[in-house]
Design a protein around this ligand. Structure first.
Ligand code: ZN
Length: 147
């Protein structure tokens, strides 16, 4: 029987090998943001199209380790079609899972579903990789601020 860690590894490798929402969007109307994690050499460029306060489309390109690139793939899948407020709630929730953000602000009664993103929770055990996992999310914050 494969254990949970094997399942998580499979999910991460699947997103790394077959990244979802890969590519670029025309700017404008989309906005773009670049993220860079010099510790690992990870690079992510995000393209986000916000329409009527909804993340109508999102694409990512870049290169780096499997954690950074699979996190970007899962992130685009998780926020596409969501409202900007829901996307921001997911950013907070993910960073909380990565133990880098305290939850002093008001918590929603129900935490947003993380889906495949739960596969990344094992990264917490490897502090040096946390920056890889949150790179896409910090880049999304930047993009949403400029949208
Ligand atoms: Zn990395």
């Amino acid at each position: 029987m494969p254990g949970l860690e094997d399942l998580y590894r499979e999910i991460i490798l699947d997103h790394y090998r077959n990244p979802r929402n890969r590519g670029a969007l025309e700017t404008p109307p989309a906005v773009s943001a670049d993220g860079h994690n010099p510790l690992c050499g990870d690079e992510i460029t995000l393209f986000v199209l916000v329409e009527d306060d909804i993340v109508a489309d999102i694409k990512s390109s870049g290169q780096g380790c499997s954690i950074s690139q699979s996190s970007a793939s899962m992130m685009t899948q998780a926020v596409r079609g969501k409202s900007v407020a829901e996307a921001e709630a997911l950013i907070h929730h993910f960073k909380h899972m990565m133990s880098i953000e305290d939850h002093h602000h008001d918590e929603p009664a129900e935490a947003p579903a993380l889906g495949d993103l739960e596969a990344l929770q094992g990264v917490v055990k490897f502090p040096v990789r946390i920056k890889c996992a949150v790179l896409a999310w910090n880049t999304l914050s930047q993009a949403l601020e400029s949208a």
